[in-house]
Design a protein around this ligand. Structure first.
Ligand code: MF3
Ligand code: CO
Length: 252
């Protein structure tokens, strides 16, 4: 069942999402050659706790860390650890914060130093595919109108869309209905209604769409070992323009 949020719940979502977006920004600033992925995880964990939030992912289905950090051919759910970032890496950071009973969820892909042109294009197109998708995140459209726009845009550059993992409703629970695939024919799925809060999160591969899960039970990698990028925001459906809730309001 799709949870339509009240004005009061939406205000609480805004606060959870602001902490989530600030956490993503903090992680982005830390991306640098020589940084260990677990150092980013620790900093984000501490930042969330200082802001009264709990990391949404920590212990979620047994997930052992607070942040997902997925490097190069890793698509999503990379577990932070002793891996040291190096120039040329592309690093997807996915964060969720739980505050006042509600979750925020967002992700972005960052470059370590200079990266190759194809990788740059992959990051750009992944990000823009989200913005192509949210053009349809409004009443009058259905969920798969978003999905189709993302897929059409990403594939027009020769990239491919991951099928096995999808966007989702988000609110009092991290994953709520509906599912928001990043592929499909338009005109299907639930109609979009003001007060729905959804995480739209394209995962785009440079090469083929197939993925597999590593033996750690979490890390999703591309089957062809080519790079993948991820971009995500929590979005509120309104009567007109969608509102991106995971926005960073700045330090101060
Ligand atoms: N951030 C993921 C999502 O967008 C969820 C992470 S699952 C976890 O749906 F187990 F790693 F936390
Ligand atoms: Co999500």
């Amino acid at each position: 069942m799709i949870q339509v949020k009240s004005e009061r719940e939406i205000e609480l979502m805004r606060r959870a999402c602001a902490v989530t977006a600030a956490s993503r920004a903090l992680a982005g600033e830390m991306i640098a050659q020589g940084m260990l992925t677990e150092e980013i995880d620790r900093a984000v964990h501490d930042f969330m706790r200082q802001h009264g939030a709990v990391p949404s992912f920590l212990n979620y289905n047994g997930y052992p860390k607070s942040v997902c950090i997925s490097v190069n051919e890793e698509v999503i759910h990379g577990i932070p650890g002793k891996r040291k970032l190096k120039e040329g890496d592309i690093v997807s950071v996915d964060v969720g914060a739980f505050l006042n009973g509600f979750h925020g969820d967002c992700a972005d892909t960052f470059a370590v130093g200079r990266i190759d042109e194809n990788a740059k294009k992959l990051i750009e197109v992944t990000r823009q595919s989200f913005f192509e998708g949210i053009k349809f995140a409004r009443p009058g459209y259905r969920v798969s109108d978003i999905s189709h726009a993302i897929q059409a845009y990403a594939e027009s550059f020769g990239f491919s869309v991951v099928r096995e993992y999808v966007g989702h409703g988000v609110g009092a629970r991290l994953h709520e209905d509906p599912e928001i695939p990043n592929y499909g024919e338009p005109g299907h799925g639930p109609r979009l209604i003001p007060g729905m809060t959804i995480a739209i999160e394209p995962m785009i591969n440079m090469g083929r769409p197939q993925i597999r899960v590593l033996n750690d039970g979490w890390t999703v990698v591309t089957a062809d070992a080519r790079p993948s990028a991820h971009y995500e925001n929590t979005v509120l459906i309104t009567r007109d323009e969608p509102e991106i809730l995971t926005v960073f309001h700045g330090a101060g």
